[in-house]
Design a protein around this ligand. Sequence first.
Ligand SMILES: Nc1ncnc2c1ncn2[C@@H]1O[C@H](COP(=O)(O)OP(=O)(O)OP(=O)(O)O)[C@@H](O)[C@H]1O
Ligand SMILES: [Mg+2]
Length: 233
Amino acid sequence: MSAAGLLVRDLTREYATRGEPLRVLRGVSFSVEPGRSLAIMGPSGCGKSTLLHIVGTLAAPTSGSVRIAGGDPFVLAESDLARFRNATIGFVFQEHYLLPQCTALENVLIPTLAQRASSAHDAEVRARALLARVGLAERADHFPAELSGGERQRVAIARALINAPTLLLADEPTGNLDEEFASEIAALLIGAARDAGAVLLIVTHSRALAALCDAVCELRRGRLTEPGQRAGA
Ligand SMILES: Nc1ncnc2c1ncn2[C@@H]1O[C@H](COP(=O)(O)OP(=O)(O)OP(=O)(O)O)[C@@H](O)[C@H]1O
Ligand SMILES: [Mg+2]
């Protein structure tokens, strides 16, 4: 495993309850090389979103380690961590979370606002290129309310890619779309991550979508099956 990808070791996560702590993750380990995609499946409530939140540095593990491009994000102070997250990680959720008062182009540009390194002109050039990549070159000035569900999700994908993330995390990205559009969106996400050399993790309930990824694993009883292996196999 090269230092450039994603390395997760012995991750555990407990939630406090009134009684016994709820042990959601009980020692999750896996690695993904740059440009590769891993689908994570498993029943509702098994901890898929919890895992994605920790890998995305939105929540800390109870124990265990996450290395993104060789670095440990959890040693960073909160403000440095927020900057790191913005620069390094792209998120696509089931809901697109586009700002309704901003156009497609403006929504794609939002993650660049905190990146002082890039000029506004360069950022707009990249945003327009990404909108073209997701087939929305002609819709840059449209507001989310003027776009279809699939088109909004494509804007969200362009937004997730705008800072050239090392890590792309998608939590049921096609959950709200019908099957035809779901596979189209999934293929777009997988292709874009591969072209950008980003690690892609997709949480999905769809076998068809998972089959498009380089590897598939299942979260069961707090542990992850080996990629490509069925649970209990
Ligand atoms: N903040 C929290 N406090 C307490 N329990 C939580 C918290 N967040 C999640 N849980 C519990 O942890 C378990 C895993 O939740 P998680 O959202 O990770 O599941 P999931 O696999 O993403 O499910 P789904 O497929 O329905 O989205 C669930 O039992 C949930 O109730
Ligand atoms: Mg979930």
